[in-house]
Write a protein that binds this ligand. Structure first.
Ligand code: HAM
Length: 427
């Protein structure tokens, strides 16, 4: 009887070996940029107490209302959630381990997040984020430093020209309170235009109505009162300084007064890097300042800012921009011919590996032509051929496989040691 095929959970992707060269390129660039700016890596658990996200992200947000993978641990009754984002977890860890007791900290992370959204291109239920949090920094210098870092990373990844920075200032809680009342009055006066979602958010989270994608509501939100008109002098000065520093560093941006972001912890700076190359899921990176969060989660009040980048979206954009990396399984593919050559071939492969050369030894007894086809398909730069003649003379055949390489089109005769020196010589 045929068995049911077991497939991956909807919206959760396998990242296959052929995808990895791009992921490696991304992660290597992240590590480099983190070192350049003095950020240290932190790894927090994928599971946290549900109340961390409820308190941190906010009860009346899409994430907490409908997107969290939450369950009760049947072993002890604890309410747990697969992390939908990592800022709350990093702040939890910072408080728990007293990380900023003597000095502020710059931290970065990379890993899977989980949100029960409707899957489509660029929107998944398990997706990866690379993110950074600067804890204990008042800004706006720290905010600008992160924006410069993101811009540098985009340049390293070859996507800087495909993204644009949108920025807004959310001010402080008391400023937003006054604005919120005005916004509610405005929307109440136009209730007939509000869609179901907006009706639902009218009193719980009216600022989020500004984010609507509903074409019938665009005029309404465009004409709504603007938060910037309700900001006090300090908030205005913060934004002005941020803009000044961005301009001085050649970063172009647009101030988007409708940008509010979907998480409740922000104040002052919020931003998104958007692209027009990825369809509906246009935001590659989002972040901002969250000065109230550390205290909200039980720590001693300290300012902070951060961002997270959607890794799948960044990689998709790299592909759209023509950045390509193909899979290279090894540097040397070792072909052997004749039953008596296998033992010497294995020894030679071990010697090459001891010298740091990445080697795949052909497995099985395929014909020589087929072995060479496999060598080509592996992406290896060289084939090393071990036949009876090579074993007898101690001189192996080295064949550069890729057009444009030095000695391409020839077969070189070399000892194992000579092959190592040849491969180590600068191109
Ligand atoms: P966020 O805007 O919710 O912010 O997510 C950041 C990025 O993660 C998005 O811009 C997007 O690229 C990616 N992303 C979000 N949801 C999905 C999904 N379902 N599928 C694929 N990619 C997705 C945060 O998570 C905040 N923690 C950012 C932050 C850090 N703010 C301060 N510090």
């Amino acid at each position: 009887m045929a068995k049911d095929k077991i497939q991956a959970v909807k919206g959760m992707n396998d990242i296959l070996p052929e995808h990895n060269p791009m992921w490696d390129l991304f992660l290597n660039s992240v590590r480099k940029v983190a070192r350049l700016y003095g950020y240290q890596q932190i790894r927090t658990p994928i599971l946290e107490q549900t109340r961390l996200f409820k308190r941190g992200i906010g009860e009346v947000t899409d994430i907490v209302e409908k997107e969290m993978y939450s369950f009760v641990d049947t072993l002890n009754g604890e309410e747990l959630t697969l992390r939908p984002e990592n800022t709350a977890s990093v702040v939890r860890a910072t408080i728990e381990h007293n990380l900023i007791y003597d000095a502020p900290k710059r931290l970065w992370y990379f890993g899977p997040m989980f949100r029960h959204e409707r899957p489509q291109r660029g929107r998944y239920r398990q997706f990866y984020q690379f993110g950074m949090e600067a804890l204990g920094f008042k800004g706006p210098d720290a905010d600008v430093e992160q924006l410069l870092l993101i811009h540098r990373l985009f340049k390293m990844l070859g996507i800087a020209d495909a993204v644009h920075l949108e920025l807004n200032c959310l001010g402080q809680l008391d400023e937003r309170k006054v604005y919120r009342e005005e916004l509610i009055k405005y929307f109440e006066a136009h209730r007939e235009i509000l869609d179901e979602e907006a009706q639902r958010r009218l009193y719980s989270n009216p600022l989020r109505i500004l984010d609507t994608k509903n074409p019938d509501m665009q005029d309404l939100v465009n004409n709504a009162p603007k938060l910037c008109e309700y900001l006090g002098e300090e908030s205005k000065a913060f934004l002005a300084r941020l803009e000044e520093l961005l301009t001085a560093n050649g970063i172009s941006y647009t101030v988007n007064p409708r940008l509010v972001r979907g998480l409740d912890y922000y104040n002052l700076t919020v931003y998104e890097w958007v692209t027009d190359k990825l369809g509906a899921q246009a935001t590659v990176c989002g972040g901002g300042r969250y000065d109230p969060l550390i205290e909200m989660l039980g720590g001693r009040a300290a300012p902070a800012c951060g961002f997270a980048m959607g890794v799948e979206r960044a990689i998709e954009l790299m592909k759209e921009c023509g950045v390509a990396r193909s899979l290279k399984e090894c540097t040397v593919y070792l072909c052997w011919q004749g039953a008596d050559t296998y033992v010497p071939a294995l020894r030679i492969a071990e010697e090459l590996r001891s010298a740091g050369v990445e080697v795949i030894v052909h497995s099985g007894s395929a014909k020589f032509a087929n072995q060479m086809k496999r060598a080509d398909a592996s992406g290896a730069d060289y084939a090393v051929i071990v036949g009876e003649e090579e074993v007898a003379s101690g001189l192996l055949t080295l064949k550069p496989l890729r057009e444009g390489m030095t000695d391409y089109g020839t077969q070189l005769k070399k000892t194992t040691a000579e092959i190592v020196s040849y491969l180590q010589a600068p191109a």
